[in-house]
Write a protein that binds this ligand. Sequence first.
Ligand SMILES: Cc1ncc(COP(=O)(O)O)c(C=O)c1O
Length: 233
Amino acid sequence: MALDGARTTAAVFLEAVPGANGAYVPPPDYWPTVRAACDADGALLVADEVLTGFGRTGTPFGFQHWGVTPDMITVAKGLASGYATIGAVIVHERVASYFDANILACGLTYYAHPTACAAALETMKLYEDEQLYANAARLGPVLLRELDAVAARIAVPAYVRGLGLLAAIAPEAPLDRWKQLGTELAERRLSLHVDGKRGTAIFAPPLCITEEELVRGVRAFGDAAVAAFGGAA
Ligand SMILES: Cc1ncc(COP(=O)(O)O)c(C=O)c1O
């Protein structure tokens, strides 16, 4: 923003923890620094919570780990947990109030569709009834511990990072080894986001997973990783 000069930026979009790009967890001052820069420039701060919203990182929204308040929040995936096609934008009062006097001229065929909204409401109820955000918060450290154990089992250096039930392991290995990992995972009927070009495997298990299922799954991933990258000496 500083490069462009003040008041030329309408909005800044941030993912709390970037998902498919590698589950990098920002440092503690990152969100507050961007919030302050947005305030200084009169720009809106938009939290893209499509992936991290609704408990993925152990809090209702991912940005809450950094103690900031965005002006807008985009949500989709966890809103109805994939059972219905629905996305939404949540806006702060200071944005919403503008539309008290101004018409928001937009409309979609399935805008506010009652079936999708019913699925979203039922999903919200299940999050609460089954305490699924707390489950993600409790199992996050278990996921990191198990991924650290995988890193210790394989022959190549591997970095582990994550927050709640969103984590990545990044073994430093050539592309052919990553292709082999894909084969090993398929043979074990394991499905996760593996990106050999970026060198990361992303873990985002269902929030209802049990500790036993999580540990079993990551250890099975570890077997596949040893087969693909070699075992530690
Ligand atoms: C962080 C993030 N933002 C936005 C999107 C796009 O969401 P939608 O397909 O609901 O428009 C995705 C989809 O994967 C995502 O992961």
